[in-house]
Design a protein around this ligand. Structure first.
Ligand code: C2O
Ligand code: CU
Length: 424
C-alpha cells in the first residue's frame, strides 16, 4: 500500500520550494503583453546538412543546422520561439522536453495544437521557471523527425558557463553537438557538463582523467552530491545528467557509450579509457531532503504494466506494445484531479527496456524492485525501466491539461506505448 513507501519520515519540516513544483499555473504562464527576454526564430527545412567529421546527410534542419540553435535563458526569463515551417512536408511542432510549460505550449501535434504545415508559423511563449538542462524536438511523426534532425538544446541557467554534450544518432552515426569522432571544447577550472541523450536507447557516460559529481538529473539538482571515481552514469533516452568536473590541469575525455564519438574538454591529449564496470545508482546517490508532498498519503494509485503481444495496429500485423494488457488506441488513460498526490507502479514485462516520459510533470522515484530510494530525492521526467524491473513513482498533479505519457524510444511510442494523463 501507499503507506509502505519511503520518504514519509523526511516530509515534516518547512523547506525550500523544490524545483518543478509550481504553486500555480500563473507562475508558468506569462501575461500576454509581457515582452520576451529571449526570442528565437527557428526555420525548419527538409534539406541536406553537414555532420562535422562525417559528411552530409539528408534530413531536417532548424536554421540550416541539426541540432538547431541552442536556446539559452536565465531563470525567470520569458522565452518566445517563433517556429516557421518552410519545408517539412508532414508538418511539425516543437515540444520542450522536460520543461513544465502550460499545456497549450507543449507542442504535441493533435493534442495541444495542430501540426504546423509548410508555410505556417507558430509562436511558443513560456517562462523559464526552473533552472535545468532540457531539449526540444518535433512531436509530429517524432520517430522519424527527431531521428532525422529536428531537435536542439535548451538550457535554463542561473548564469553559469557550461559545456553541453548533446548526443544524437543519425542512422547509426552517433554524434555529439552535431559532430562525429573526437570533438573538442574549451574549458578550465570547474565545468558543469550538461549531457543530453536525444536517442532512443540508454547511454552510459563517464569521465576519463578526472572524478566528478552528479549535479542534476533531468533538470533537477541533486541534494548533497558526493564525489564519484571510476564509475559511469546512465543517461536515459530523453534524459539529462549534469556533471561537475574539476579539470586536473589537463584535458579530460567524456566517454559516450563507448563508440568513436567522445568529447574532450580542455587542450592537449586526453586519456582514452573504457567504460567502467561500476555505475552510479541514483536510488542511493546524494542525501535525502524534504519533499513537497507526502507520497505515503496518495490520493490515487495507478498501475502501468508494459507488455507485448502479437496483434494489429492500423491494420498492420506485428508485435505491439500493451499497457495493462490493452493495445493502443484501446489503452487506459490516467485520470487525476488538480492537486492530487499520485503514485504509480511501472512494471516492465515486455522483454525490452523502455524510457518512460511523462509530459508537464516531474516524478519522484520511490523504489525499484522493492528497494526504497535512500539518496537525494530522484526527480525524473525520463525513467529507464529495464525488462523485468518495477518502479514505484509519485508526483503531484499540479499542471492541468492533457499530457502524453509514453516511451521515449520513439518507434515504441508509435507502436502503441503511449497513453495520456488527463485532469478531470
Ligand atoms: Cu521528448 Cu513526448 O517527448
Ligand atoms: Cu519503449
Amino acid at each position: 500500500s501507499a503507506m509502505e513507501m519511503g520518504y514519509a519520515d523526511h516530509g515534516g519540516g518547512p523547506s525550500m520550494r523544490p524545483m518543478h513544483h509550481h504553486q500555480s499555473l500563473a507562475e508558468l504562464k506569462p501575461a500576454a503583453d509581457r515582452p520576451a527576454d529571449v526570442s528565437v526564430r527557428l526555420v525548419a527545412r527538409k534539406e541536406r546538412f553537414e555532420i562535422a567529421g562525417r559528411g552530409s546527410m539528408r534530413g531536417y534542419t532548424l536554421n540550416h543546422t541539426s541540432p538547431g540553435p541552442q536556446i539559452t535563458a536565465k531563470q525567470g526569463e520569458l522565452i518566445e520561439v517563433t517556429l516557421v515551417n518552410e519545408s517539412v512536408p508532414e508538418g511539425m511542432t516543437l515540444h520542450w522536453h522536460g520543461v513544465d510549460v502550460p499545456a497549450a505550449e507543449d507542442g504535441v501535434a493533435g493534442i495541444t495544437q495542430d501540426a504546423v504545415l509548410p508555410g505556417q508559423t507558430f509562436v511558443y511563449r513560456f517562462v523559464a521557471v526552473d533552472v535545468g538542462t532540457y531539449w526540444y524536438h518535433s512531436h509530429q511523426v517524432s520517430h522519424e523527425q527527431v531521428k532525422d534532425g529536428l531537435y536542439g538544446v535548451l538550457v535554463v541557467s542561473p548564469g553559469t558557463t557550461d559545456v553541453v554534450a548533446a548526443v544524437h544518432t543519425y542512422d547509426k552515426v552517433r554524434t555529439v553537438n552535431g559532430g562525429y569522432g573526437e570533438r573538442r571544447v574549451a574549458g578550465t577550472g570547474t565545468v558543469r557538463l550538461r549531457l543530453i541523450n536525444t536517442d532512443n536507447g540508454p547511454m552510459a557516460a563517464w569521465v576519463d582523467g578526472a572524478g566528478y559529481r552528479v549535479l542534476a538529473v533531468d533538470g533537477t539538482e541533486v541534494n548533497a552530491p558526493t564525489p564519484v571515481e571510476g564509475k559511469s552514469v546512465l543517461v536515459t533516452a530523453g534524459g539529462r545528467i549534469d556533471l561537475e568536473i574539476t579539470l586536473p590541469g589537463k584535458a579530460v575525455r567524456i566517454g559516450l557509450g563507448g563508440g568513436p564519438t567522445t568529447l574532450v574538454i580542455g587542450e592537449g591529449d586526453a586519456p582514452a579509457g573504457r567504460e567502467p564496470a561500476d555505475r552510479v545508482d541514483l536510488l542511493s546517490y546524494g542525501k535525502p531532503a524534504a519533499l513537497p508532498f507526502d507520497p505515503a498519503a496518495a490520493d490515487r494509485h495507478f498501475e502501468y504494466r508494459i507488455g507485448r503481444r502479437p496483434g494489429f495496429l492500423d491494420g498492420k500485423p506485428g508485435l505491439w506494445w500493451t499497457i495493462n494488457g490493452h493495445q493502443f488506441p484501446d489503452v487506459p488513460m490516467f485520470m487525476v484531479a488538480e492537486d492530487d498526490v499520485v503514485t504509480m507502479t511501472i512494471k516492465n514485462g515486455s522483454g525490452q527496456v523502455h524510457p518512460m516520459h511523462l509530459h508537464g510533470h516531474h516524478v519522484l522515484v520511490l523504489s525499484r524492485d522493492g528497494v526504497r530510494a535512500t539518496g537525494s530525492p530522484w526527480w525524473t521526467d525520463s525513467l529507464n525501466v529495464e525488462d523485468d524491473e518495477t518502479y514505484e513513482i509519485a508526483f503531484r498533479a499540479d499542471n492541468p491539461g492533457i499530457w502524453m505519457d509514453h516511451c521515449h524510444n520513439l518507434p515504441h511510442a508509435a507502436q502503441g506505448l503511449t497513453t495520456h494523463l488527463m485532469y478531470e
